[in-house]
Write a protein that binds this ligand. Structure first.
Ligand code: ADP
Length: 260
């Protein structure tokens, strides 16, 4: 399936990225361009390489060959390359260009909601505590949690914790937001409030790449869907193309049948 945004300038340009863990090749020459303002959802069976791909974009994982560019600048690091010797501080600054939200929230338990958001702003972005507090309050308001600024993660529901996680990522003003199965650990009744936040950020023009099993969300909220299978991009296109019941892509059809 052809990409619909081949002719748009890419904000994120993943070109022929391959990666193996030992003898297992988990990414096989993956290429994907994401234009500014696009919301790209990544679907596919467990083990197909979705998380590894996001981790390579966010420098949490090195890759073996290919390149990853953001806004025309090469990012990420290949195994054995000089990039591996970057300082932790440098890496933190580069990671902030690509905010990432995880399945497991990953909030610091000893810091309040506001404190979690302020940490990167003061340590990486160099903001004063007063500035950071005001930015944190702004984003907490944006995810509907203005009243929880001084609550600890343990005092929040899973859905609220994840909304803090999203606020923490966007407060850093990343060029692109990477969301890795952010609703998978939530009770079903809490999924909607988190997806609503993601949808509102999308409407504001935030560029996002989101790994998800929420097919209804992928269909309604994405510009394009990428279907990964066996470490490669098996299909990519607008939702109604990729999710079409009559697809001739056997892997995709088998995968989609599970959600019908
Ligand atoms: P998905 O997100 O699609 O479920 P992953 O990217 O998590 O897939 O995993 C792709 C493959 O890479 C799987 O076979 C997984 O077992 C393997 N894998 C992921 N991380 C590691 C690691 N740190 N070491 C070894 N194998 C890994």
């Amino acid at each position: 399936m052809a990409s619909s945004s081949n002719d748009m300038p890419a904000l994120l340009d993943i070109a022929e990225v391959s990666k193996s863990f030992g003898s297992v090749e988990v990414l096989r020459s993956v290429s994907l361009k994401v234009a500014k303002g696009e919301v790209v959802t990544v679907i596919g069976p467990s083990g197909s390489g979705k998380t590894t791909l996001l981790r390579c974009v966010n420098f949490l994982e090195s890759y073996d060959s290919g390149s990853i560019g953001i806004d025309g600048k090469e990012v990420g690091f290949r195994d054995g390359g000089a990039r591996q010797r970057r300082s932790e501080r440098d890496l933190a600054a580069m990671r902030a260009e690509t905010g990432m939200v995880f399945q497991s929230f990953n909030l610091f338990p000893h810091l309040t909601a506001a404190g979690n958001i302020m940490l990167g702003l003061t340590k990486v972005r160099g903001k004063s505590s007063a500035e950071a507090r005001s930015i944190a309050e702004h984003w907490l308001g944006r995810v509907g949690l203005a009243h929880k600024a001084d609550s600890l993660p343990a005092e929040l529901s899973g859905g609220q914790q994840q909304r803090v996680g999203i606020a923490r990522a966007v407060a850093m003003e990343p060029k692109i937001l990477l969301l890795d199965e952010i609703t998978s650990a939530l009770d079903p009744e809490l999924v909607g409030e988190v997806l609503a936040v993601v949808k509102s950020l999308a409407e504001d023009g935030m560029t996002m790449v989101m790994v998800t099993h929420e097919m209804a969300f992928a269909r309604d909220a994405s510009s394009r869907i990428v279907f990964m299978a066996d470490g490669g991009v098996s299909a990519v296109g607008p939702p109604k193309e990729v999710l079409a019941a009559e697809t001739t892509n056997e892997r995709l059809r088998t995968f989609l049948a599970r959600f019908r």
